[in-house]
Design a protein around this ligand. Sequence first.
Ligand code: S3P
Length: 175
Amino acid sequence: MGRGTTKNIGLIGFMGTGKTTIGRALASLTGRKFFDTDTLVESAAGRTISQIFLEEGEESFRKLESRIVKEVCENDSAVISFGGGVVLSPSNVDMIRMNSIVILLKASVETIVKRTGSNSLRPLLNVAENDVETGIKSLLDSRRILYETAMDFAIETDALSTKNAVEEIIRRVVL
Ligand code: S3P
């Protein structure tokens, strides 16, 4: 990406679409710094996301997440993986779009179910096992338009290895 953009590469998308794995691999291959907003939120709070949801509720998590989004967007030439819900706030999206090429990672509901499993690390998916698929579907439906309007372009990750996804991003971002 040497001769290319100094903008950040921002990865958005639903839980389980590969944002963190692909983001980390992309940063390592291109020598860019890597940030993951979930990790930054957890360090700032000194607690896990599940604990924040449990002890203070989602609203409090969203407030902290917005603060972190603002801070992390002050970087240049970084790769940033954003938590799946950042698009819920229009001001987060404005902030992200200001200095990032925004890539939406997509996956089918089946893939998301498989990748997230019975994942107690994700409080929004922490429901009875037979409700997980329905929960994912309805959250995805309610967010689809937000993801689509925030992105510059999208990549389907269902059939892609991490390496292939990284190559696809580099191919599309470096002109
Ligand atoms: C959330 C996604 C999670 C995390 C939190 C809420 C969401 O991040 O920020 O559990 O609202 O979609 P990942 O997308 O990195 O799993």
